[in-house]
Design a protein around this ligand. Structure first.
Ligand code: ATP
Length: 388
C-alpha cells in the first residue's frame, strides 16, 4: 500500500496573470489551494483554466505574479525543478514501453535502477497489476489514463496537476475514472489540481471548485455551496440549471434580523431569506431571484388551493414535458419567465400535467437565492479582449 504523503504545503497564486500580446488569458488572480485537497478549476473553453494550470507547472511563464508552494516561491523554477507533475488528456505514454517501464520512467531517468518495489506499489494503487507487461496500445483509454497517473505519482510530487485527464473517455468510463481518481487522491493524500469544463465531473471529485469565466475566478467553494448559493448568473447557469426571475423589491429584509426579502414578479410575490442574497438590495430596486428546477413542485391550477401557505408561487402553462425515467422535465411559460424549468421525480404523476395545462409552480422560500439584476442572464463566455 502506498504511503500517504504529507510533504508540501499550500499552493498559493498571488496576482498571477497571463497576457498574449493584447489578449488577457488570465486576469490577476489570487488563489490558495490547501495542501492535500482535491481542487478543480472549472470553466468553459477558453476561460483560462489550462493557462492557470500551466503557470503552476512552469510550462507557461506568468506575465505578473508569483506561484509558491508551502511558502517557497517557485515562480522562477523550470518545470522539472518544481515538485509538481502533470497528467495530460493525451496521457503521453511511451508506445514502445510496457506499463511497468512507462511507470518506472521517472525513476530510471533519475538513475534509480531498483524500481520493482515502487512500480509494484503504483500498479497496486491504480489496480493494473495484471497489465504490467502490456504496451499502451493493448490497454483501454481508462487503463492508459491510470498508467499516466501512476507514472506521475511515482515521482512523489507534492502536487499532481490534471489537465482534462478524462476528456478522451466515453461517459461511462469517465464516471468510473472520476471515482477512481478520487480514491487514489484520498489514498496518497497529495494535492490534486484538476482542470475540467465538465461541471458534474468537478462536483463529483473536488473538495473545492473554482469556477472561472473570462480569465477570472467568479466563485470558489465546496460543490454543494456553489450549487445552492451561486453568487453570479454565470455560476447559477454554468453549474446545473437555474430559473432566474427578475422582479421589483417590495421589502428589502434585514440579514441580522432574519427578515425576508419580498420581490414582486410575474404578478405574484416571491420571498427569500436576506442571507441568501449577496447583491445589495433596496426597496423599489430590481433583483433576480433564482430557484433550481428540482426544488419546484407543480400543481394543476385546479389544486392551487391545496398548496401550503408560505410557499413561493408562480402561475403558468406547461409548454413542454419530457419523461426521462427518474424525473419528468417540464417547461412552463409564465409571466415570471418564458421558459421556467421544473423537474418532478416520477413518483406519483398527475396525468393532467401535460402541455397546455394551467399550473402553479410552488417552492419553499428557503430554496430561493437572490442575484444582482444588473448581470447578463446568459452563461456565455465573456470576451476578455483587453480594452486597456
Ligand atoms: P480549453 O478548455 O479549451 O482548453 P481553457 O479554459 O483551458 O480552454 P486556455 O487554454 O487557458 O483556456 O486559454 C485561455 C485563452 O488564452 C484562450 O482564449 C486561448 O485562445 C488563449 N491562448 C492560450 N494560449 C495562447 C497562446 N499561446 N497565444 C495566444 N493566445 C493563447
Amino acid at each position: 500500500m502506498t504511503q500517504r504523503q504529507t510533504a508540501g504545503g499550500d499552493v498559493r497564486l498571488t496576482g498571477i496573470s497571463k497576457t498574449y500580446g493584447s489578449f488577457t488569458a488570465v486576469r490577476p488572480l489570487d488563489l490558495t489551494v490547501p495542501q492535500g485537497s482535491f481542487f478543480a478549476l472549472l470553466g468553459a473553453s477558453g476561460c483560462g483554466k489550462t493557462t492557470t494550470l500551466r503557470m503552476i507547472a512552469g510550462l507557461e511563464e506568468a506575465t505578473t505574479g508569483t506561484v509558491s508552494l508551502g511558502g517557497t516561491d517557485i515562480t522562477g523554477l523550470p518545470p522539472y525543478k518544481r515538485p509538481v507533475n502533470t497528467v495530460f488528456q493525451s496521457y503521453a505514454l511511451f508506445p514502445h514501453l510496457d506499463v511497468t517501464e512507462n511507470i518506472a520512467f521517472g525513476l530510471r531517468r533519475r538513475g534509480i535502477r531498483s524500481v520493482k518495489k515502487q512500480v509494484g506499489e503504483m500498479l497496486e494503487l491504480v489496480q493494473l497489476g495484471d497489465f504490467a507487461h502490456r504496451k499502451p496500445h493493448q490497454l483501454s483509454g481508462g487503463q492508459q489514463q491510470r498508467v499516466a497517473v501512476a507514472r506521475a505519482l511515482i515521482n512523489h510530487p507534492q502536487v499532481l496537476l490534471l489537465d482534462e485527464p478524462l476528456g478522451a473517455l466515453d461517459l461511462k468510463l469517465r464516471r468510473q475514472m472520476q471515482l477512481e481518481l478520487k480514491r487514489i487522491q484520498t489514498e496518497v493524500g497529495i494535492t490534486f489540481i484538476h482542470v475540467t469544463h465538465d461541471q458534474e465531473e468537478a462536483m463529483t471529485m473536488a473538495d473545492t471548485v473554482a469556477v472561472m469565466n473570462g480569465g477570472r475566478v467568479e466563485q470558489l467553494g465546496a460543490p454543494a455551496d456553489l450549487y445552492e448559493n451561486p453568487r453570479t448568473t454565470f455560476v447559477a447557469n454554468f453549474l446545473g440549471t437555474s430559473n432566474l426571475i427578475e422582479g421589483e423589491v417590495v421589502s428589502a429584509g434585514t440579514k441580522g434580523a432574519g427578515t425576508d426579502i419580498v420581490v414582486a414578479a410575474g404578478g405574484g410575490r416571491i420571498r427569500l431569506s436576506a442571507g441568501r442574497c449577496p447583491a445589495p438590495v433596496t426597496s423599489g430596486g430590481r433583483l433576480l431571484v433564482g430557484v433550481r428546477p428540482e426544488k419546484i413542485s407543480l400543481a394543476h391550477a385546479d389544486e392551487a388551493e391545496s398548496i401550503t401557505d408560505g410557499r413561493n408561487r408562480v402561475t403558468g402553462r406547461i409548454v413542454d414535458s419530457s419523461f426521462i425515467g427518474v424525473s419528468t422535465q417540464y417547461v412552463v411559460e409564465s409571466p415570471a419567465g418564458k421558459a421556467l424549468q421544473v423537474y418532478e421525480q416520477n413518483i406519483e404523476r398527475d396525468t393532467r400535467l401535460v402541455p397546455g395545462a394551467e399550473v402553479v409552480l410552488h417552492w419553499n422560500p428557503a430554496h430561493t437565492f437572490g442575484l444582482d439584476a444588473g448581470q447578463p442572464m446568459d452563461a456565455g463566455v465573456e470576451s476578455v479582449e483587453d480594452a486597456a
